[in-house]
Design a binder for this molecule. Structure first.
Ligand code: P6P
Length: 339
């Protein structure tokens, strides 16, 4: 790409073309990008920055928080609360929503995020990332509460992630395809490095945690067994497997070279529909994947059509190459569901 196009220029030109990035939304996305830059700086310090290891506390999910989980959450809250573009925020790291304090003006958007996804990888220097989703406040004059967040994913007005790996790369959609921006550390700004990202409909690469195989339901077991059977099996081709255990990194690989990702329901905790969270992991990733020509389902329905019942609800996630997701959905229709 010859000339360097900044995130701000991209957003302004996108607004001229499509009219889908009003100034308040542009401000929100620029603030989130700046927050991701700061998180990237903290992440990259590693042991030099006293940011490694556990924070000796648990989040609402009952998971031990890493120091960087808390740092990333605070960076996003502090960056976004004063700008006047948000009414409230919701985070994987906070039980309740965070309503913008009355000392600041309130805006029309709701921001949801997993501030540092994949944090179990922090201490072993494997890619992690921030996932974010933007909704519009329902139009009524009462105050904001958790119920305002419980909108299906197809109502998102923006979604993205920032992966902190060998490069720090921001992937973003506002409903007109997916663009990627790489952090130019010398300039200190995100530069457009890919537009109109597209995922191939077919793939030879799947991502799933194979150690859970004995706990899977029949449709997932059938799909993976057929992949493993390779060229001699019903798929008549060999497959490769990847599992980074960092959704942002696994999804970024799929956005970059294709593939299919599964974190399905399993028998370990049968009352939970899955491990991943709908509002701030599955929904933003599902929209990005669909905007890149892929598909995202829970095995039974489009993830973006799920009407949430609670802020931190979990969901089974199957996303990526359209033909593979459709095949897995078909297997769920053919096999009586255990969940
Ligand atoms: P497992 C990270 O904790 C995460 O929420 C996702 O980023 C990732 O895909 C998944 O959990 C990994 O889970 O059970 O393989 O460690």
């Amino acid at each position: 790409m010859s000339k360097k196009i900044s995130l701000t220029r991209y957003l302004i030109e996108q607004q001229r073309k499509q009219g889908n990035i009003p100034p308040e939304l542009r401000l929100l996305l620029e603030v989130v990008a700046r927050a991701c830059k700061r998180i990237s700086q903290s992440v990259s310090k590693g042991a030099l920055g006293d940011v490694m290891g556990s924070a000796e506390s648990e989040n609402v999910q009952g998971e031990i928080q890493k120091k960087l989980d808390i740092i990333a959450n605070e960076v996003l809250i502090e960056a976004n609360e004063w700008g006047g573009h948000l009414a409230a925020m919701a985070s994987e790291e906070m039980d309740a929503i965070y309503v913008v304090p009355n000392r600041y003006p309130k805006g029309e958007y709701l921001l949801l995020f997993d501030p540092l996804d994949g944090s179990s990888n922090i201490d072993v220097n494997v890619s992690i990332g921030t996932i974010f989703s933007v909704l519009r406040m329902p139009e009524d004059d009462r105050g904001v509460d958790e119920g305002d967040f419980l909108q299906p994913g197809h109502r998102q007005v923006a979604a993205g992630y920032c992966v902190y790996g060998p490069q720090t790369t921001l992937a973003l959609t506002v409903g007109d395809g997916v663009a990627m921006f790489t952090l130019d550390r010398e300039q200190g700004s995100f530069v457009l490095t890919q537009e109109d990202v597209k995922i191939p409909r077919d793939t030879r690469e799947f991502a799933i945690n194979m150690s859970n195989m004995r706990h899977w339901d029949a449709p997932v077991r059938r799909y993976i067994d057929e992949c493993l059977a390779g060229v001699e099996g019903p798929r008549e081709k060999d497959f490769n497997m990847r599992w980074i255990a960092s959704m942002v990194a696994d999804v970024h690989r799929i956005m970059t070279r294709g593939g299919v990702f599964l974190y399905p329901w399993d028998k370990r905790e049968p009352n939970k529909p899955g491990k991943l969270r709908l509002m701030y992991e599955a929904n933003p990733m599902a929209w990005l994947i669909e905007q890149a020509g892929g598909a995202a389902s829970d095995g039974h329905q489009r993830i973006l059509d799920i009407t949430p019942s609670s802020l931190h609800q979990r969901v089974s996630v199957i996303l990526g190459a359209k033909n593979e997701v459709e095949r897995i959905d078909q297997y769920h229709r053919e096999h009586p569901a255990a969940n």
